[in-house]
Every structure is written in structure tokens, then in C-alpha cells.
Design a protein around this ligand. Structure first.
Ligand SMILES: [Zn+2]
Length: 59
């Protein structure tokens, strides 16, 4: 059976934790049309605008 030659350092272990934390973090950008927080690279859910024109009818 394979045995680790060196123990994992605190820094290396903590970096592993940090990378998992980053995956769960959600990011937001402000909509240029209605200034609502929205997910990047997606159509704005509050005004239906994307890349300067309306792509969704919201009523
Ligand atoms: Zn918007």
C-alpha cells in the first residue's frame, strides 16, 4: 500500500480548503440597464436585458 512520504503542510492543506470555498461562492455584477445585482453572462432576471437589448419579455 502506498504511504505518503511527507506530511501535508498547513499551507498546502489550507489552500485545498480555500479552493473548495471559492467554488461555492456566488458572484454578482450590476445590470447596466436597471442596476440590479445579477449573475454574469446571463439575461437580467429583473428587466430581461442582455448586452444592451431586450431579449426577454417580462410581464
Ligand atoms: Zn436589468
Amino acid at each position: 500500500m502506498a504511504v505518503p512520504k511527507r506530511r501535508t503542510s498547513k499551507t498546502r492543506k489550507n489552500k485545498r480548503r480555500a479552493s473548495a470555498y471559492r467554488l461555492n461562492k456566488s458572484t454578482y455584477v450590476e445590470c447596466p440597464n436597471c442596476h440590479e445585482p445579477m449573475l454574469p453572462h446571463r439575461v437580467c432576471p429583473s428587466c430581461g436585458y442582455h448586452k444592451g437589448k431586450e431579449v426577454l419579455e417580462l410581464n
